[in-house]
Write a protein that binds this ligand. Sequence first.
Ligand code: FES
Length: 155
Amino acid sequence: MSTLIESDDDLSANDLALSYQDTIGGPIRALRAIVAQFGYINDNHISNVADVFNLSRAEVRGIVSFYADLRTSPPAKHKVRICQGEACQSVGSRALTADFMVKSQVLNQSKAPDYVEHEPVVCLGLCPRGPVAMINDELVAHCSDANSILERLEQ
Ligand code: FES
């Protein structure tokens, strides 16, 4: 089967896929490498991986849909991870997350659809200081206010 190559990005994605061709878990590893390189997996990447590993596109889409880290849309400018671990839940992380989701949607409507996104995470290692959030690369303890999270994005 011939490999679909339409652009330089596809060529790189194809090269990435080929570099995992003879490894155990090759398709998953190739898809993770594509996310690391390009930020997300597009339709051409799926075709590249399918062709390199002699899989159908449906099989590759099945892999992509199974793993949460194999994203199919470009990442937002800002990423917020609010801890959903037990210790943080006991001090209000679920309510904080719900409030953040509502307020971040409003912010995305006013700024850009991909301005901020939330990614759930279980335990950021600061359990006694919950709720804990990771705002881009900054770890924030005692984070109990969605507005303060959004204000940090503006800094
Ligand atoms: S449970 Fe939230 S930091 Fe550990």
